[in-house]
Design a protein around this ligand. Structure first.
Ligand code: NAD
Ligand code: UFG
Length: 343
């Protein structure tokens, strides 16, 4: 019998790519999503890629009653991957209460429902934002967590603490937090990708929309940082590489290979790339120029961060395979395809 995995936020960007990889690995996928930042037809696109249409339940995980009745009907779930959250650093500075409410409310409900239903494994979407602005780079899992620079980052720090306390208190629940660096790109089929509602908050969708002509210019948030070229530095990894790490993490929990009740892993390439270098990579990979203008810094932004991914390389047997240019090309192919479909 196929093991059943609940993917919350599974019609979203990373969740949909992970659903594809899980199905490809022989898992049954059930998705809960309230479609706050995604479309229901993503499950049809997953079907087109994999030949299997995952079951989608549309409701808000902050609604405890709905979540509890879902688990009552689905006690055979082997593990949960919890993607559902709001994710934009800048927006979280403007709307802190919404971020605390959604990101922490959903997690607390989920852990409570897992405890009641006896569901054993949780993979949590964490973020390199938990490190705040690190004093030493690259960051590894032992690096001290600095104060979060944004309410969003704080929800991930607190989320990890909630999980740590819960795994200590509830012996049935084991968890893995995956601290993503910056996922970009799209599935090579160009059937799924990042499709933010409204004006994109993240860099790469803003680049692709500007290149496509949907936006006049990309605003680059500052060029006076303490970095070699003055632009912010991130560690951009291909979303398909990231998705594959979730399959490994889920198997680790199901097979009981975890070394403690709550583990955490950095998921990145180990390479720091500036915003300017990211723009140049897009231009090199696609042959399309990006119209950009440097503006003020964005509140809540971290100046520079990149991963030491060696723990994930060693323990999970996982590493990134795609280059930055390859990832940029898939992001562009996705943008073109989705726009041409929309007419
Ligand atoms: P996304 O917005 O594309 O996907 C999140 C999905 O969750 C959306 O489909 C949304 O509709 C759904 N959702 C949100 N709140 C919900 C709720 N209360 N109930 C039900 N569904 C809900 O985002 P993503 O980029 O796929 O990110 C997934 C996870 O990874 C998030 O937890 C995010 O914080 C984390 N993360 C993302 C990045 C990134 O750069 N994309 C980096 C680090 C961590
Ligand atoms: N940037 C711009 N212009 C834009 C958008 C972004 O210059 O229009 C810059 C930002 O200032 C930053 C870099 O591009 O220097 C990356 O910004 P993103 O918004 O794409 O990514 P963040 O690093 O701020 O945050 C993202 C996700 C978080 C996640 C984090 C992990 O939104 O959910 O990556 O690093 F936690």
């Amino acid at each position: 019998m196929k093991k059943k995995i609940l993917v919350t936020g599974g019609t979203g960007y990373i969740g949909s790519h992970t659903a594809v990889e899980l199905i490809g690995d022989g898992f049954e996928v059930v998705i809960i999503d309230n479609l706050h930042n995604s479309e229901a037809d993503v499950v049809d696109r997953i079907h087109q890629i994999t030949g299997v249409k995952p079951h989608l339940e549309i409701f808000d995980i902050c609604n405890k009653e709905s979540l509890d009745s879902f688990f009552t009907a689905n006690k055979d779930i082997s593990a949960v991957i919890h993607f559902a959250a709001y994710k934009a650093v800048g927006e979280s500075v403007r709307k802190p209460l919404e971020y605390y409410q959604n990101n922490l409310g959903s997690l607390i409900n989920l852990l409570g429902a897992m405890k009641e239903a006896g569901i054993p494994g949780l993979v949590f979407s964490s973020s390199c934002t938990v490190y705040g602005q690190p004093e030493e780079l690259p960051v590894n899992e032992q690096s001290p967590l600095q104060p979060a620079e944004s309410p969003y980052g704080n929800t991930k720090q607190i989320g990890e603490q909630i999980i740590r306390d819960t795994t200590r208190a509830v012996s049935t629940i084991k968890a893995i937090a995956l601290r993503y660096f910056n996922p970009i790109g799209a599935h090579p089929s160009a059937l799924i990708g990042e499709l933010p509602r409204g004006v994109p908050e993240n860099l790469v969708p803003y680049i692709t929309q500007t290149a496509y002509g949907l936006r006049d210019e990309l605003k680059v948030f500052g060029d006076d940082f303490n970095t070699p070229d003055g632009y912010c530095i991130r560690d951009y990894l291909h979303v398909v590489d990231l998705a594959k790490a979730h399959v490994v993490a889920v198997k680790r929990l199901i097979e009981g290979k975890n070394k403690s009740d709550f583990e955490m892993f950095n998921l990145g390439t180990g390479i720091g790339v500036s915003v300017l270098e990211a723009i140049k990579s897009f231009e090199r990979a696609t042959g399309v120029k990006v119209n950009y203008k440097v503006t003020d810094r964005r509140p809540g932004d971290i100046e520079k961060i990149w991963a030491d991914p060696s723990l994930a390389n060693r323990e999970l047997g996982w590493k990134t395979l795609s280059s930055l240019d390859e990832a940029m090309l898939t992001a562009w192919n996705w943008e073109k395809k989705i726009r041409s479909n929309k007419g």
